[in-house]
Ligand binder design. Structure first.
Ligand code: SER
Length: 889
């Protein structure tokens, strides 16, 4: 039992046997502790369990927890490579009691494990306690049977994970590695030597540090212990340094192989740095942290670049770190399957960063050599040079410091900070002159003061954050009170700010004191400041409040499905219509997606069906959706679709989904540059349904589509409609269409029959005189001509002509006048003159007389047939009388 993997499981099994729940390691990015950059101890995931805020179904737990100590309160980065014990990434073994057992039992378990399970010799063990914790001293004496001389008071023995939260006295276990190694016992002047090695810390959690000035008792005293896995392994393997344990030996061997340089002499530190940094960067990337210039992403970048400089020191001619990933996966992939899942992403991200950084590393080192050439040990490098290295060559400050370490030099950080401030002031002046300033200044200022918001929403829909700014009516305010409409800016959030066509998230923000802010919309300002807009429903919010942010995640799921479906449809459109299809606009909200693209013609129903089929085939293949950070050229090379004319940074987020064409294809079905949030697997889209296809502007078509629940609801409604129709039509759903077609034909035939019937009725039988006194519907002779007049009700004006033609046949030679009155009381008039009379009478003139009597306007036509319309039906008899009078003149 000596390998890292066995030691890890021996610890966990011991505590499981003693009633502890084996809980999986939590993420390295803490969601429940906004004061922490990374998970730095086993207790971080249990912070709210200790304070009683969160309940779990167990009161004892054991974990092997991934930890990163780089950036933030716990920062070991500077020491890594130069000491036997420091790491940026390590594993912490722990046992925890949440108000179950306390000091005595914790000491019993620790002593049993150390002396019985892993059998460390008792006489090599030393204990430290806090001077005020006499109880702990007593218990150690009783349980371990050791004397006061082996129990040392240390005033620093109080442990807390951060500035606030649970804390308590602690008691540490030390192992004496023997005289061969220099160093004194804890508390002695030469305690920093390696002889006495601290390997296990038992924290007796008793207090909750609410803020700087207030410390209250925890509801129930609890236990948090942490044992460094690498340290205990070094002790058990009898090696002087953590870097000599089996796991590190394997990683360092891989780095020796890849560089052809032995890990000895001055090169040893570089191999250690590389092995250590390989672990922290790979685990961070596996958890979705990607290199950037802000927040966690910047810490990752700093670690990566520090490692890359050491690769270069070893003479590596090509990017190195990515080549060591398989060896890490072999060592740790079984315990941490996330490494296996993300292996490709880790490799690509490391390779990209190293390729890019190598371009300036050499030149930057050259500048550094020149700037220090005249300087001796103990000298200080000007902060201006360090700033130039930072600004122009991408050297994080700690990389420059690390490079100077072997030369015994340091950086003047005061002038470095001043140079940084000057650059900010410059940016501010440029901003003020940019014209954008008027409305956005408030956002510029907050971003300058507190930095960009870190977006956690690719991975999480709930997280804790710290209030960094409160806003009302466009100005920063000292508080937001109940009923206030305003905005909140925090340090980190899972809320997506509207951008790239995807709408902003909604949800709630709660403070520890129970205040509630309803987020009705989330916006993105100045690229990476996320602003939560909404209303305070109760309580009030102040800067620095710790808050819990929860996105309405059903709504977000719907948005994600719609966004991923947009990518699938984009590719399907290109395959069916042609590669001229390019995105012209897009809207992704929870209810639907809208996609505008370049294409001139309406899309046929067959093509719509093919597009839907292609997209749905990818949904059903249920492949994982993969996201990577790439440089823009690489992204273009693999055919990622980008928006023409859009400005991108040199690093872009690339979202790939759908099956590869074959094993060797390096391109997934759809590959797009995108900052939005997506489903984890295409299957979550459920189904894609295009519901409309229209023209949006010249040369641009628009489709709208639904997915998942929205599509299902739509299809259910359509289905219900067909069922209702079939019941009304008394036919089977399958026959509805034939039935309706038949009915349409039948209706046409009936309409025609009806029109014919109306016409023939209109010209025969008694006239409908509408109660008028004037004689009508007789063929009478007025003066020298025969005259047929008629008033017909319920006649469509368009039928007047054919009635007049009919009338002309009846009179043979003469004048025909018909007034039709529609159901809604409008009159139309038509006059016909038989051809033999055309020299003496004009239908156009006669119509004018009639139209005047009707109170309408003019009318017109030809001498043999003229018409007028749109007049008052009640005057119809008067019109016929007026025409008769005209003929009699
Ligand atoms: N939280 C304590 C530590 O990190 C014990 O787990 O040392």
């Amino acid at each position: 039992m000596t390998g890292v993997n066995e030691i890890r499981s021996t610890f966990v099994e011991f505590f499981e046997k003693n009633g502890h729940e084996h809980v999986a390691s939590s993420s390295l990015v803490p969601r429940n502790d906004p004061t922490l950059m990374f998970t730095s101890a086993g207790m971080v995931q249990f912070k709210n369990v200790f304070t009683g805020k969160e309940k779990r179904p167990y009161t004892r737990a054991t974990t092997a927890q991934k930890c990163v100590r780089a950036g933030g309160k716990h920062n070991d980065l500077d020491n890594v490579g130069y000491t036997a014990r420091h790491h940026t990434f390590f594993e912490m073994l722990g046992n925890f009691s949440f108000g179950d057992y306390f000091k005595e039992q914790a000491i019993r378990y620790a002593w049993e494990f150390v002396t019985k399970v892993i059998s460390l010799p008792k006489d090599r063990l030393l204990i430290t306690v806090h001077p005020d914790d006499a109880e702990a001293r007593q218990l150690w004496k009783k349980i371990a049977g050791i004397g006061d001389d082996r129990i040392i008071d240390i005033a620093d023995n109080i442990w807390a994970a951060g500035p606030t939260g649970p804390c308590g006295y602690c008691s540490e276990l030390f192992f004496d590695q023997g005289e061969a190694i220099s160093g004194g016992p804890p508390g002695s002047p030469d305690e920093d030597g390696d002889r006495y090695l601290e390997f296990w810390n038992l924290v007796f959690m008793q207090f909750d540090q609410v803020d700087e000035a207030t410390r209250v008792d925890l509801p129930r005293p609890s236990i948090d212990t942490g044992m460094g896995l690498e340290r205990i392994t070094a002790i058990l393997q009898g090696v002087p340094s953590n870097y000599d344990i089996d796991l590190f030996r394997a990683l360092i061997a891989a780095s020796e192989d890849a560089t052809g340089v032995k890990a000895a002499g001055p090169n040893q530190a570089s191999h250690r740095v590389i092995a250590d940094h390989l672990r922290s960067t790979s685990f961070l990337i596996a958890e979705g942290v990607l290199p950037s210039n802000e927040g966690r992403g910047y810490v990752l970048r700093r670690i990566m670049r520090r490692g890359m400089r050491h690769a270069q020191l070893l003479g590596a001619k090509e990017p190195l770190l990515h080549r060591l990933v398989p060896s890490l996966v072999r060592q740790m992939g079984e315990t941490y399957p996330e490494l296996v899942r993300a292996q490709q992403l880790i490799g690509e991200t490391l390779r990209l960063e190293e390729t890019k950084f190598r371009q300036t590393l050499q030149r930057g080192m050259h500048l550094l050599d020149e700037a220090t050439s005249g300087l001796g040990r103990g000298a200080t490098l000007s902060g201006d040079v360090a700033f130039k290295l930072y600004d122009t060559f991408g050297f994080p400050l700690d990389l420059t410091q690390d490079a100077l370490k072997p030369r015994g030099m340091a950086v003047d950080t005061t002038t470095f900070d001043a140079a940084m401030q000057r650059q900010k002031a410059e940016a501010r002046r440029a901003w003020k002159g940019s014209g954008e300033a008027a409305t956005e200044t408030v956002w510029f200022e907050i971003k300058e003061n507190v930095g960009a918001t870190e977006f956690l929403g690719y991975e999480a829909h709930a997280a804790e954050g710290i209030v960094r700014g409160l806003f009302k009516n466009g100005s920063e305010v000292a508080a937001l009170g109940s009923g206030d409409t305003g905005s909140i800016v925090v340090n980190q959030t899972p809320f997506y700010g509207e951008s790239g066509g995807q709408v902003g998230d909604t949800g709630v923000i709660r403070s520890a004191s129970g205040a509630l802010f309803r987020v009705t919309d989330t916006a993105k300002k100045l690229g990476d400041l996320i602003v939560h807009n909404g209303i305070v429903e109760s309580g009030s919010f102040m800067p620095n409040d710790a808050v819990e942010l929860s996105v309405d995640h059903l709504r977000r799921s719907a948005i994600r499905a719609n966004h991923s479906a947009t990518h699938l449809l984009h590719e399907a459109l290109r395959q069916v219509l042609g590669t001229h299809v390019a995105q012209k606009g897009s809207l992704v909200d929870p209810d639907r997606l809208r996609f505008d693209f370049s294409h001139t013609m309406p899309i046929s129903a067959d093509d719509i069906a093919r597009i839907e089929d292609l997209a749905n085939a990818q949904v059903l293949l249920d492949t994982p959706v993969e996201t990577r950070l790439m440089n823009l050229d690489d992204a273009r090379n693999i055919g990622a679709m980008a928006l023409f004319g859009e400005k991108y940074g040199d690093e872009v987020r690339v979202v790939a989904m759908g099956a590869r064409a074959n094993e060797r294809a390096n391109r997934a079905w759809s590959v797009e540059l995108c900052g939005g949030t997506h489903v984890a697997r295409t299957g979550e889209i459920g189904v894609v349904r295009i519901v409309s296809e229209t023209g949006s502007s010249a040369g641009v078509r628009r489709i709208e589509a639904l997915t998942a629940h929205g599509a299902r609801a739509y299809l259910a409604t359509q289905d219900a409609r067909v069922r209702e129709l079939s019941s009304v039509l008394r036919t089977r759903p399958d026959d509805v269409v034939d039935r309706v077609k038949a009915m349409v034909e039948q209706t046409k035939a009936l309409e025609k029959q009806l029109a014919d019937a109306k016409r023939s009725i209109a010209l025969s039988g008694p006239a409908q005189t509408n109660g008028a006194a004037s004689p009508m519907d007789e063929v009478r002779t007025i003066g020298k001509v025969r005259y047929l007049s008629r008033l017909v009700k319920g006649l469509d004006p368009k039928d007047l002509r054919s009635l007049v033609d009919e009338g002309k046949k009846q009179v043979g030679s003469g004048i025909v006048a018909i007034v039709g009155v529609t159901e809604d009381g409008k009159a139309g008039l038509a006059i016909g003159v038989t051809s033999d009379l055309m020299g003496s009478y004009s239908a156009v003139d006669l119509v004018r007389v009639g139209a005047e009597a009707l109170g309408g306007k003019g009318g017109g036509g030809r001498p043999d047939m003229a018409q007028a319309g749109g007049a008052d039906g009640s005057k119809a008899p008067a019109a016929l009388a007026a025409i008769e009078a005209e003929l009699g003149r």
